[in-house]
Design a protein. Structure first.
Length: 253
């Protein structure tokens, strides 16, 4: 018997603000099939869906079959989102490299367009993924009342940024504060780490750097400084009225 979704308390009382924006926090850019008027509009909608689910879609990550079905009105945007979440690309590049807690956190961000309400909601959805797997979690999120009320069947999910009074900026975008891989897998995959150091220790070179190996331009600095600076003038004259064309040889007829 599968356990039902556990009840969890909401942590934010600012539920009246639901908009999300990139350049303008007060106005979200919504992509919906109800606003599609041309082929370019469909392309923009599909790109928005890829950005929301994959953050960035390379050529090999795209699903031409799903895109064709969406363009021909054979599936809804909600079905297209489901197809992307259950695709091999999403499984191989995200699902396999994260724990259930991390999967739940980013799935709520990408599908419902908000952060999780603390550890309680994370545990609740983790129980769903343990019992029903990734397919069950995706269906539960897409069938939830919150998703239907905010995005319906025709709108691409977007980050519903909460603009709080007294705050200059809204919430940080998910693709910035939520890395694709957890720290364990980032270490295994050898992701570069930025190291910032200050002081004399940061400017000190190792001993091997002082060994003269030949070919170093600094070895010729003394020799170059001893060479006097000379000015080379064409023809040995500085006359700007010099007739160059008269010196050009040509064949006479």
């Amino acid at each position: 018997m599968a356990l039902p979704l556990l009840d969890y308390a909401l942590e934010s009382q600012n539920s009246r603000v639901k908009d999300h924006g990139g350049a303008d926090d007060d106005q979200a850019r919504v992509f919906s099939t109800q606003k599609v008027l041309s082929h370019a509009d469909y392309t923009a909608l599909i790109e928005a869906a890829y950005r929301q689910i994959f953050f960035h879609a390379f050529k090999y990550s795209r699903d031409a079959f799903l895109e064709s079905q969406l363009r021909n009105n054979q599936i809804t945007v909600r079905d297209f989102i489901r197809g992307l979440l259950l695709s091999d690309t999403f499984r191989s590049s995200f699902y396999r490299f994260n724990s259930n807690y991390q999967v739940v956190t980013q799935m709520v961000q990408r599908v419902l367009g908000r952060d999780v309400h603390g550890q309680a909601e994370t545990i609740a959805w983790s129980i769903v993924i343990c019992n029903k797997g990734l397919v069950g979690l995706v269906d539960a999120l897409l069938n939830s009342r919150e998703y239907i009320d905010n995005f319906g069947y025709d709108t691409v999910p977007y980050q519903r940024r909460r603009v709080l009074p007294g705050r200059e900026l809204g919430e940080t975008p998910f693709n910035i504060k939520s890395p694709r891989y957890e720290s364990y897998w980032r270490g295994i995959l050898g992701f570069p780490k930025a190291v910032f150091s200050t002081g004399a220790a940061a400017r000190k070179l190792p001993a091997r750097a002082a060994v003269n190996r030949g070919g170093n331009p600094n070895d010729y600095r003394t020799w170059v400084s001893a060479v006097g600076a000379t000015r080379c003038v064409a023809g040995g004259s500085t006359n700007t009225s010099f007739d160059y064309m008269a010196k050009v040889r040509y064949r006479k007829v």
